[in-house]
Design a protein around this ligand. Structure first.
Ligand code: ADP
Ligand code: ASP
Ligand code: MG
Length: 241
């Protein structure tokens, strides 16, 4: 079962029979403070009301990961990458718990999960680990303990049993990986711009918003540095559609 992702979602039996599944990912600015977390939770609640099972993937609050990286570097310039991961993964743990609480406040019985609890299995490349598989066996049963399942993005567990992180921007990849592994109907990425543009709209006033973009074009934009999606998330999306 931990190979499910590598084998492809076609082989996966699907999510709880006929219940449609939606993955909703909220980036740092979308969970930057308690009001924004409540706002994001309200978007989740609306999808639940429409009849979806929802898996929510959250990033750390805006700026939090940079602060944590600073703390690591300030303590140990030649840091042990395993301890770097232990520290920098923690921002997502906070938002996952807060998002679950915000949903519970709206009578939506959510529960949070850290990467290792699922588990999200990764390589041992600390600081830039790749997702190798998500244990999908019994995941639907596990997740019915509390739905929506709110998952801390950007993190997993390596072969040595230690916490790993997926590289900066890695929550996008967590979101796509769950969508692929569970055969989601859609993977929605919420961020601080209203779409993918021809170039960074914060830098170039002439940037045009694109209605659609091919996987290959998005891959090119991402690998040239458009951080709106992490490159690996686009690679996974291309592979698993
Ligand atoms: P999040 O925290 O939600 O993951 P990011 O900061 O990682 O958000 O990514 C969103 C940012 O990506 C935008 O604020 C924008 O400045 C930048 N960006 C770069 N290239 C593009 C592009 N082609 N289209 C849209 N946004 C882009
Ligand atoms: N919080 C992590 C970062 O800032 C992961 C993410 O936001 O996607 O890189
Ligand atoms: Mg990002």
């Amino acid at each position: 079962p931990c190979r499910a992702l590598l084998l492809g979602s076609a082989q996966h039996p699907g999510w709880r029979g006929e219940v449609p599944l939606l993955v909703m990912k909220f980036g740092g600015t979308s969970v930057a403070d308690l009001a924004r977390i409540a706002n994001a939770a309200e978007k989740v609640r609306r999808e639940v009301e429409r009849g979806y099972d929802v898996i929510v993937i959250v990033s750390a609050m805006s700026g939090r990961t940079n602060d944590l990286v600073g703390s690591v570097e300030g303590t140990s310039p030649m840091f042990d990458a395993r301890e770097y991961d232990a520290v920098v993964s923690s921002g997502e743990n906070v938002t996952a718990g807060l998002m679950a609480l915000a949903l519970q406040e709206m009578e939506v019985p959510a529960r949070s999960w850290q990467g290792w609890q699922v588990p999200v299995r990764t390589t041992d490349a600390h600081g830039a680990a790749r997702i190798e598989g998500i244990d999908t066996e019994n995941l639907d049963a596990k997740f019915t303990e509390g739905l929506p399942a709110v998952i801390a993005g950007f993190q997993g567990i390596g072969p040595d049993g230690r916490i790993t992180t997926l590289g900066r921007g890695g929550s996008d990849t967590t979101a796509v990986a769950f969508a692929a592994a569970l055969g989601a109907e859609r993977c929605d990425i919420y961020t601080d711009v209203d779409g993918v543009y021809t170039t960074d709209p914060r830098i170039c006033k002439k940037a045009r918003k694109l209605d659609r973009i091919a996987y290959e074009e998005m891959l090119e934009l991402a690998s040239l540095g458009a951080k709106v999606l992490q490159t690996r998330s686009v690679e996974l999306a291309l592979r698993y559609k």
